[in-house]
Structure formats: structure tokens, C-alpha cells
Design a protein around this ligand. Structure first.
Ligand code: MG
Length: 259
């Protein structure tokens, strides 16, 4: 009996200490720099991207002609521009997001940063591809442009550094081929299965099933909260980044999906 009481007390106290500790961790006054890492710097790999036409079973999200599958995250119409088969961010007009919501997908797209180099670090050619509106694969001019490595192009922003830096020079089209495995939640909101992301950048593997720690956060540590399917969002970060040839394939019904 004494032993049981002792262990009970022990577990209660250690549980309390753990909780206080966790709470302190979350309540801490986080600064953006606290989650920015500069090493190790991924090696540079020069690659020439092959551009992929949408396969037969793809949902084409952007074919270069119109925004019919997209809406602004703000009220009102999309103000981004379309020219020569590509869309370009209109700085200050806000992010755009697909009308349709998706779970697990293979998402292919092409992007380029402006050939005229302006700014540095995070201020040069910044945009982003958000899976389910909240998990960002970073778009940035990472050609001879240093920044924190978990914020460079190809990073899963502030969570995972790409294996290599496969950046093309500014003004040249680059490709992302992303396999996104959506997180799964129980009815009471617990994480049954964290999300995972695999990315090929200009044909080069830069993440293999990187397990998401939660939604992308600029400040503080990521933390899951249950959510349903959501749109693919492209970021207006104030730079004239362009996108074209955007398509995806739904993977939820894939016969080859393994659990
Ligand atoms: Mg970004």
C-alpha cells in the first residue's frame, strides 16, 4: 500500500512538473530568430528541370489562362496577373487559394523568381506553396542568396532543410513535384498520423517523407490542431514570383497507398 501511494505521488508530481515545463515552453516569449538555423548548409546541386505535362488523371489547377480554380484569401477578386501562360503575384494583394479542398496529393508546379535581383535573404523572390493552407514549402531565390537554411527555397518552412540546394538562377523556371500525405486526426482532435512531405526540386529529391511537426509558424514552435481538408495556397510575400503549369493528383484513393 505504501509503495502504491509512493508511486502514485511520484507520478502525480512528475506529471505536474512535466505539464508546467511544457506550458512554460509554449508560453515562452518566442522571437522569429529562435527557430532559424544556419547550419548545415545544403550542398549545391546543379540540375536542369524537366517540365511535366499533366497526366490523364490530374486535376489541372492552372493552365496559364485563368483563375477559375482560385480565389483570393481576402474579399474580392484575385489581383494577381496572368501573362504568357504564367501567373504573377501582385504584391500586397494577398495570397490565393484553390476553391477545392484536398487531402493527400501529388502536386506539381513550376515557379520562377524575378530576373531582376532585388533584396536579399528572405526579401528576395519570396513566395510559398501551402498544402492544406497551412504547411509551407518555401519558394525563394536561393541562388547565391544566403538566409537561414530552414527558410531557403525547398525548405519546409522552419521545420526541414532541403537535402541539397538545387536552385536555378533567378528568372529561370524551376519545378516542384510534391507528395503530400495529409495528417489524420481522431474525432476528439488527437493526431492519429502526422502529415508528411516528399519533394523533388528540379527533379532532385530534397525531402523524403519529412514528418510535419504541425502547421508552419513564423514565430514559435509548430503545434497541431485538428482540421479538415483545405485548399492549396500560394503566397504573396511582396515579391514578383510567377507560377505556371499547376496540377495535382489525389492520393487518398490511390490503390498503391500504403499505411
Ligand atoms: Mg514564403
Amino acid at each position: 500500500m505504501k509503495n502504491i501511494l509512493f508511486f502514485l505521488t511520484f507520478f502525480l508530481i512528475s506529471g505536474f512538473i512535466l505539464n508546467v515545463h511544457t506550458a512554460c515552453g509554449q508560453d515562452r516569449d518566442w522571437q522569429p530568430e529562435d527557430t532559424e538555423f544556419y547550419e548545415p548548409v545544403p550542398p549545391i546541386v546543379r540540375a536542369t528541370p524537366a517540365f511535366l505535362s499533366p497526366p490523364e488523371d490530374a486535376i489541372v489547377l492552372f493552365d496559364g489562362t485563368n483563375f477559375s480554380n482560385w480565389e483570393s484569401v481576402r474579399d474580392g477578386d484575385i489581383e494577381w496577373t496572368i501573362q504568357d501562360g504564367a501567373m504573377t503575384v501582385k504584391p500586397g494583394s494577398g495570397n490565393i487559394i484553390t476553391n477545392e479542398h484536398f487531402g493527400s496529393v501529388q502536386l506539381y508546379l513550376e515557379w520562377k523568381t524575378p530576373s531582376e535581383i532585388k533584396g536579399e535573404g528572405q526579401g528576395r523572390g519570396n513566395s510559398g506553396v501551402f498544402l492544406q493552407r497551412r504547411y509551407e514549402v518555401q519558394v525563394l531565390d536561393s541562388y547565391e542568396n544566403e538566409t537561414y537554411v530552414n527558410g531557403m527555397a525547398g525548405s519546409i518552412y522552419k521545420q526541414f532543410v532541403p537535402y541539397v540546394n538545387a536552385a536555378m538562377p533567378p528568372g529561370e523556371w524551376q519545378t516542384y513535384n510534391i507528395i503530400f500525405e495529409a495528417p489524420e486526426f481522431s474525432d476528439d482532435g488527437n493526431v492519429l498520423k502526422p502529415g508528411a512531405i516528399t519533394v523533388f526540386w528540379n527533379g532532385v529529391l530534397i525531402h523524403h517523407r519529412a514528418e510535419l511537426e504541425g502547421p508552419t509558424r513564423y514565430i514559435g514552435q509548430p503545434e497541431y490542431s485538428a482540421h479538415s481538408e483545405d485548399g492549396i495556397m500560394l503566397q504573396d510575400h511582396g515579391d514578383l514570383v510567377s507560377f505556371r503549369n499547376i496540377w495535382l493528383r489525389k492520393l487518398d484513393e490511390s490503390p498503391v497507398r500504403s499505411d
